[in-house]
Design a protein around this ligand. Structure first.
Ligand code: ADP
Ligand code: ZN
Length: 605
């Protein structure tokens, strides 16, 4: 009898059930259909093309932009007993010939290639001489010219469909906003294909946004309070900042490395490898870091600066907790982030449409930061997914936001913008409201305007918060010259005329707080750090590291933390019992099962 997708899932990968839309997408591709699969990072997209590639006759070709990761990806598959190989520029001629021969003889299930190679006439010719089971396009959002991962070679991938019309194609990505989705379908010529969107919720990630006060100290407190021995990523806007923050963390005893696009390829690869292979490495990076990071046990993603869109934010934070264990997405943000982003948009070379979309993205991002509602709910609604009840695992759920009626203060803040000519930024406006006779105020004659000194009901911090929230609500706009001046807009007037009341969130005054994890039903609340110091746990990890070194693969390729935890809890004492654990397929059982059983036995009392 032929093996079913589910049978293969258990035999090779050691999992009992498909997740999300995996089963449906696989059936569709097995039947020869094209599709676009949108699933969050860590959702399990790879299996959706790997399983059809293995079960259908012929070889599955995977177009992937991540040359640096191909080696690990293919290694992981080989460890599970899949006949996989890659072709990329890191190989020498002999290796090349070897892989092509294996493909010609039908001895491969999966072949990974970079997009620039895929479109070469010689490679197309090669493809036409082997039998293909599926064509998979990984990180399909790289086709989008609006995204930061744009890869020009992706624009030509539609040709594959025309060259091999009988081979099913599956494009996968974790970026799911409407615009990108449409672009992928049209540019990859997938318009007849089915779209599978699944569960963008990542219940194990706790979302938190804090006001930027002393960002470095806030970051350090967050790391010390919650992630002493964990791997994680800290995102910053600029290259220079990644370096200075990494240095500062190192000075404070944290194993931190910086990563950005200005570094040499070799240096970048080293950072990526250390992150994947070592324990508790923190990478401080620009957005250049991350696409295709395959590490399942990233315990936190921190943003020191606000990302430019909610889609980018979600993708970046999605790199945390792919193993399903608790993880944090933590961000500090302040007004300067907004004006800084706006400045970048104005200075960019994009056309008016690009700028308009960018400004819109920024507004949505800002709305997320300032929301008084459940963060998860606001994220999911952006992706067209719903979430009926507050999630219980974000900062606004855990510490419900207090609000206050700020109608009068909003009127003062808006009139001050109007009276001073609608060109100044918050610093100056607040000086005027607080009646400070600074040089700039005096020179502009703003000690004479009617709003001078009318703001002593709030302090400077509170006025900043009012301005930020007015912007987030769309009741105030930024002058589009990139200098961060504020101006009124259509929605300002009802407030000024007293026709609309506004309430604001009370900003947390505390700058740092060790967040206590409350349990929710779906999420296992035990982080792996909970077992730190447990001798059996340490012994299992030590065994894993030893095997990883011996086989030249990252530790998680041997077994995930989640599998080790099951060993700890269930104490399997035979290969049969071991094979029931999640993540133990036949090949890994054979390769490593006994090693771990021996460790477990040595701890029996
Ligand atoms: P992505 O969607 O980011 O490409 P991957 O395909 O790398 O995600 O899968 C993320 C992790 O989830 C992998 O470690 C994979 O082995 C695991 N996984 C995938 N499918 C399942 C499943 N049905 N059950 C349990 N774990 C799964
Ligand atoms: Zn919530």
């Amino acid at each position: 009898m032929e093996e079913t997708p589910r049978g293969l899932l258990k035999r090779l990968f050691g999992y009992d059930e498909f997740r999300l839309n995996q089963g449906d997408a696989i059936d569709h591709v097995m039947g020869g259909g094209d599709c676009l699969l949108l699933m969050p990072t860590g959702g399990g997209k790879s299996l959706c093309y790997q399983i059809p590639a293995i079960l259908r006759p012929g070889i599955g070709v995977v177009i992937s932009p991540l040359i640096a990761l191909m080696h690990d990806q293919v290694n992981g598959l080989v460890q599970s007993g899949v006949r996989a190989a890659y072709m990329n520029s890191t190989m020498n001629y002999e290796e090349f010939v070897q892989v092509s021969r294996a493909a010609m003889r039908g001895e491969l299930d999966l072949l990974y290639v970079a997009p620039e190679r895929a479109m070469k006439p010689s490679f197309m010719d090669f493809l036409s001489r082997i039998s293909l089971s599926v064509i998979a396009i990984d990180e399909a959002h790289c086709v989008s010219q609006w995204g930061h991962d744009f890869r020009p070679e992706y624009l030509r991938l539609g040709e594959l469909g025309r060259a091999f019309p009988e081979v099913p194609r599956i494009a996968v990505t974790a970026t799911a906003d409407e615009l990108t989705r449409k672009e992928i379908l049209s540019r990859l010529d997938l318009n007849g294909g089915k779209v599978f969107v699944s569960g963008f919720d990542r219940p194990n990630i706790r979302y938190q946004v804090v006001m930027k006060e002393k960002p470095k100290k806030q970051l350090l407190d967050f790391l010390r309070g919650n992630h002493r021995n964990d791997s994680g990523i800290v995102y910053c806007m600029t290259r220079r900042k990644t370096e200075s923050i990494a240095q500062w963390l190192r000075d404070n005893g944290i194993k931190a490395l910086s990563y950005h696009g200005g570094m040499g390829a070799e240096e970048r690869r080293t950072v990526q490898e250390r992150f994947q292979d070592e324990d508790a490495v923190v990478v401080v990076a620009t957005i250049a870091f991350g696409m295709g990071i395959d590490k399942p046990d990233v315990r936190f993603v921190a943003h020191l600066d606000m990302p430019k869109s909610l889609a980018a934010y979600y993708q970046e934070t999605g790199r945390a907790g792919r193993d399903g264990l608790p993880a944090d997405a933590w961000m500090t943000y302040g007004m300067a982030d907004v004006t800084g982003q706006l400045k970048l948009i104005e200075m960019s070379e994009g056309d008016e449409r690009y700028k308009r979309i960018s400004r819109q993205n920024l507004e949505i991002m800002l709305g997320y930061c300032e929301t008084t509602d459940c963060r998860r709910r606001s994220l999911l609604s952006f992706f067209g997914d719903s979430c009926d009840v507050p999630c219980g695992n974000c900062d606004t759920c855990l510490n419900p936001v207090e609000t206050w009626d700020g109608t009068v203060q909003a009127q003062k803040a808006l009139s001050c913008v109007y009276r001073t000519g609608q060109i100044y930024g918050t610093g100056h406006l607040i000086d005027v409201l607080l009646g400070r006779g600074t040089k700039k105020v005096l020179e502009a004659g703003h000690d004479q305007v009617s709003t001078f000194g009318i703001g002593d009901d709030l302090n400077e911090r509170q006025w900043r918060s009012v301005y930020r929230q007015l912007l987030a609500m769309g009741v105030l706009s930024v002058v589009s010259d990139g200098y961060g001046g504020l101006r009124l807009c259509g929605d300002s007037w009802p407030v000024l005329r007293g026709e609309r009341r506004l309430s604001f969130r009370v900003d947390e005054v505390k700058t740092s707080e060790k967040s206590s994890r409350s349990s929710t039903s779906e999420v296992s609340t035990k982080g792996s750090s909970e077992f730190d110091g447990n001798p059996l746990w340490e012994a299992l990890r030590a065994k894993r590291l030893e095997l990883a070194k011996e086989h030249g693969v990252p530790a998680y390729v041997i077994f995930h933390d989640a599998t080790l935890r099951q060993m700890l809890e269930l104490r399997p004492d035979s290969l049969d019992e071991m094979s029931c654990l999640q993540g133990v397929g036949f090949k890994k059982l054979d390769l490593y099962g006994m090693d771990f059983i021996e460790v477990l036995k040595s701890f029996e009392i």
